[in-house]
Write a protein that binds this ligand. Structure first.
Ligand code: IMP
Ligand code: MG
Length: 180
């Protein structure tokens, strides 16, 4: 995509209310548990940092970074971990925090791999979900909102590493130039 518009999808206020609602649900469900939040870098960094501020329970935080092969806008089948979870998660309750789900391959890979370390539970929290594009079965335990099949940027989410810093969420549309 060359020249493109950013069309606002969610304001800061709307994002805050979605994130607070998720934080309330998580706070209720994990009372008395040993919860470890695993944030998928880089896209979920802003979501995680807001989410933890609204939680009413103590948690530990860790990060993973995944590389997927295939370029730009689509996740291909092959995924690798480039930065692994560092905290011991055996016997603990793990909640994976993701920005946006598309095909579901990334989360399926990470969830399956996390289970190998024998945590007490592994669940998934995602801010946005493009359900229509799912290629593998992937249940989201805590979902912000469903979105159409559009390309999202802002609030940590990038387009070729651009726009992560924006506090609001946008979808990208191409600018079509008419000739003559
Ligand atoms: P999946 O493995 O196809 O579910 O893709 C999930 C990953 O692709 C997310 O972690 C995002 O990094 C990226 N992704 C999916 N949809 C978008 C989008 O609309 N904008 C930016 N990145 C996206
Ligand atoms: Mg991501």
């Amino acid at each position: 995509m060359d020249k493109h518009y950013l069309n606002r999808l969610l304001t800061s206020e709307e994002i805050t209310s979605i994130v607070k609602k998720l934080a309330d649900q998580i706070s209720r469900d994990y009372v008395g548990k040993e919860l470890i939040l695993v944030c998928i870098l880089k896209g979920a960094f802003m979501f995680l940092s807001d989410l933890v501020r609204y939680l009413k329970i103590p948690v530990k935080i860790d990060f993973v970074r995944l590389a997927s092969y295939g370029s730009g806008m689509k996740t291909s089948g092959r995924i690798e971990i480039t930065k692994d979870i560092e905290l011991p998660i055996e016997g603990k309750d793990v909640l994976i925090v993701e920005d946006i789900i598309d095909s579901g391959h990334t989360l399926q890979f990470l969830k399956d791999r996390t289970i190998l370390s024998n945590p007490r539970s592994v669940k998934i929290c995602a801010l946005l979900d493009k359900k229509a594009r799912r290629e593998v079965e992937m249940e989201v335990d805590y979902l912000g909102i469903d979105v159409e099949d559009v390309f999202i940027v802002g609030y940590g989410i990038d387009f070729n590493e651009n726009y992560r810093h924006l506090p609001e969420i946008y979808y990208v549309t191409p600018i079509h130039h008419s000739k003559g």
